[in-house]
Design a protein around this ligand. Structure first.
Ligand code: FAD
Length: 184
């Protein structure tokens, strides 16, 4: 299945790294990088945020935006920020425009690709191509690929498998798939 991006539609795709760089424009001095929040204590006039290896910080409002393994959300709501969806995925980027880069299926220039095969194994492909006047935060071109399946289809725990092992795992999961793509 191809998810076309009609040229007239107001659709914006942006990678996580450039998005963060754009969000930090003009406020980078106020961001404390490489700092881990390990907890907080609420007071009538603010919140003390506890930092690993640094002094507490008193703030007016604490917003928990620390992802699926959030420490803030369970402390506030009593339950995790996310729960397993029953699907595990391996994802990677392949740089393009460099020696040895793979050929890219032409369809990907018009939108994302998403496919499911036997045993519930799925593939996602997205092409990143900066426009003619890229923003300073834009990254060089790359292809994102992802292979997803039920956790029991994996031969090991992807979270503790090295990159080469993850590529082997993805190849194993896709064994028998054709090299060409068929439109859906
Ligand atoms: C490979 C991949 C591809 C994806 N593709 C898409 C896509 O095409 N479209 C889409 O809509 N979504 C996509 N997603 C999902 C999307 O990236 C997430 O939904 C989104 O990033 C969640 O945003 P968030 O701000 O909640 O968490 P995150 O983006 O995970 O940000 C959490 C931040 O909090 C920081 N943090 C965590 N714990 C602490 C702590 N204790 N102290 C201080 N900082 C902490 C982390 O370092 C991180 O910077 C993709 C995700 C992955 C992994």
């Amino acid at each position: 299945m191809r998810l076309p991006l009609p040229p007239d539609d107001d659709v914006l795709l942006i990678g996580r790294r450039p998005l963060r760089a754009v969000l930090a424009r003009g406020v980078a001095d106020a961001v404390r990088w490489e700092t881990t929040v390990c907890g907080f204590t609420e007071h009538p006039d603010g919140v003390d945020v506890h930092l690993a290896g640094a002094r507490d910080v008193r703030v007016d409002v604490l917003v928990g935006a620390d992802g699926v393994r959030s420490r803030i959300t369970p402390a506030l709501t009593g339950r995790p920020a996310a729960r397993p969806a029953g699907v595990t995925a391996i994802a990677a980027r392949v740089p393009l425009g460099v020696p040895g880069a793979p050929p890219v299926p032409g369809d990907l220039r018009h939108g994302l690709a998403f496919g499911y095969g036997p045993r519930g194994v799925g593939v996602f492909l997205a092409l990143h191509r900066p426009g003619p006047r890229p923003a300073p935060e834009a990254e060089p071109p790359y292809l994102v690929w992802s292979v997803a399946a039920a956790p029991e289809r994996f031969s090991g725990d992807p979270a503790t498998t090295n990159p080469a092992g993850l590529v082997d795992e993805a190849r194993r999961l896709l064994r028998g798939w054709g090299r060409g793509s068929r439109r859906g």
